[in-house]
Write a protein that binds this ligand. Structure first.
Ligand code: KIV
Ligand code: ZN
Length: 529
């Protein structure tokens, strides 16, 4: 049996999803959940890219030292530069097992247009950087990635991987960076790469999903010698995302009979499938990216049967239309219901079980929201609690908070909103908050409210990219969860808000996005100062 190592890059490549930004605490919570799910390697971030990423990798490494991440290896990404490799070494220093992941683009299109270097210069950088990393002696293992490998001249790709292995990379990754390859073609590449590498070098693959083949390509590679698959929870990632961890794992489980090495040897991985649902939900909640209802394995409809014929079949024998048991991915239908009489302790316990580690102030704030909502709504489910905690975490970076609002709208009058916000001074959190009120017209109540917020926050240039509101649970008293995406100066920011009042939920979501933009702006100003 060959064990396929699952390398999770939700915290690094997954965070490259447009509009997604995980705070340090959120990354820490996801890392703990990933470890509990049984992934082998957690790519914690790209430490040289920002102070926040460095700090997140450092804290995750520290958690690993304290035994909070089981046996998971902690990995950090670096370009082929000394500063990047030093940042990776410093941030990883406490981890139980430290992996450096160095990459360089190898395709001509990337070398010529992005890096503006020759193939020889790329080879020089590979040699010098891996030599430098080996010389530091601060990593347990080094992984080399040939970015855009599938569009790289084959002979040159083989030259780069041979060189990386000779200099000391024990894991060689073949990324399909732009989701271009096909299972048949990828198999050929993998066979050649394998022939060119010594047996003690592990081959990894990293597939993007631009043509919807990321999972198929990853599994095809595993059949031809890859021993590590890089993937993300819910398939998060740049553009169409990365290979989805839950799909890889369930395919390896459900079709162990068919997905095998070419010589017939069976494959398996160490992920605990029963943790998949909880992990998917935590990542969806913290990323603010909803899982499509028809998404394989973790979509809301993955086990729902609408047609009468299918329902009848499933009731008679679940295998008629279900190839997996919902219980196998931890979908039990059992959601703990909390109500108005539930105490702080029960609430805090549930929040912890769901994977969030809030401090006492966080529990106080979310419990207060929970009580406020429980007064209006008889029973709250896990989904409600997730929405409340998600909104709270989004608000942590906040400068603007909703104080009061009044809306006038109707079918014969122009909508008008009067919004009043509490405004914090980010440079001095102890300074008393100011209350600022603005009125603005709009095409409807939501447009008017957003316009009033824009006036207060100086965000007239913000463009609303998407807005949606969903009922978290069933019933007319359900919590409405609003999600907003805005674009300012070509960067997108997301926010979410929950309330039993949809306008209030919408304003809070909009403020969440505005707050993220302001906090990024402030970080950029601090860096320049
Ligand atoms: O897609 C890609 O090529 C990457 C590399 C950094 C591995 O994410
Ligand atoms: Zn990638």
């Amino acid at each position: 049996m060959v064990r396929i190592q699952i390398y999770d890059t939700t915290l690094r490549d997954g965070e490259q999803t447009p509009g997604v930004h995980f705070g340090v605490q959120q990354k820490y919570d996801i890392a703990k959940r990933l470890a509990r799910t049984g992934v082998d390697i957690i790519e914690a971030g790209f430490p040289a890219s920002s102070h926040g990423d460095f700090e997140a990798v450092r804290q995750i490494a520290e958690a690993s030292a304290r035994g909070k991440l089981g046996d998971a290896t902690v990995s950090a990404l670096a370009r082929m530069r000394k500063e990047d490799i030093d940042a990776a070494a410093d941030s990883l220093s406490e981890a139980r097992r430290r992996r450096l992941h160095v990459f360089i683009a190898t395709s001509d299109i990337h070398l010529e247009n992005k890096l503006r270097i020759t193939r020889q210069e790329a080879l020089d950088r590979i040699r010098d950087s891996i030599d430098y990393a080996v010389g530091l002696g601060r990593f347990d293992e080094i992984e080399f990635s040939a970015e855009d490998a599938t569009r790289t001249d084959r002979a040159f790709l083989l030259e780069t991987v041979r060189l990386a292995a000779q200099r000391g990379a024990k894991i060689v990754n073949i990324p399909d960076t732009v989701g271009y390859t096909t299972p048949g073609e990828f198999k050929e590449i993998l066979r050649e790469v394998k022939k060119n590498l010594p047996d003690d070098v592990r081959i990894s693959v990293h597939c993007h999903n631009d043509l919807g083949m990321a999972v198929a390509n990853s599994l095809a590679a595993a059949e031809c010698g890859a021993e590590q698959i890089e993937c993300t929870v819910n398939g998060l990632g740049e553009r169409a995302g990365n290979a989805a961890m839950e799909e890889i794992v369930m395919a390896l489980n459900v079709r162990a009979d068919a997905i095998r090495r070419e010589d017939g040897e069976p494959l398996f991985c160490g992920v605990h499938t029963k943790e998949i649902t909880e992990t998917s939900r935590l990542v969806s909640s913290l990323s603010g990216i909803l899982v499509a209802p028809n998404k394989a394995v973790v979509g809301q409809n993955a086990f729902a049967h609408a047609s009468g014929i299918h329902q009848h079949g499933v009731m008679a024998a679940s295998g008629t239309y279900e190839i997996m048991n919902p219980e196998d991915i931890g979908l039990t239908g059992h959601t703990i219901v909390l109500g108005k009489l539930s105490g702080r302790h029960a609430f805090a316990d549930r929040v912890l079980q769901m994977g969030y580690s809030l401090d006492a102030a966080g529990i106080d704030a979310t419990f207060a929201r929970f009580k406020e909502i429980a007064d209006k709504k008889s029973a709250l489910t896990d989904d409600d609690v997730r929405a409340i905690v998600g909104e709270y975490l989004d608000s942590l970076e906040g400068m603007y908070y909703l104080n009061t609002f009044q809306i006038q709208s109707g079918n014969h009058i122009k909508a008008m909103a009067l919004v009043s916000l509490s405004v914090k001074n980010p440079a001095d959190p102890d300074e008393p908050q100011r209350i600022v009120t603005e009125a603005a017209p709009g095409e409807g109540p939501i447009d008017a409210a957003f316009n009033a917020v824009n006036r207060i926050a100086g965000a007239e240039d913000a463009e609303l990219v998407s807005y949606g509101i969903t009922a978290v649970t069933e019933g007319t008293d359900a919590l409405g969860e609003a999600r907003v995406k805005i674009r300012v100066a070509s960067t997108t920011y997301t926010g979410r808000g929950v309330s039993t009042d949809v306008i209030k939920a919408s304003i809070k979501a909009y403020l969440g996005a505005i707050n993220k933009w302001k906090s990024m702006q402030e970080q950029a100003e601090n860096r320049e100062a």
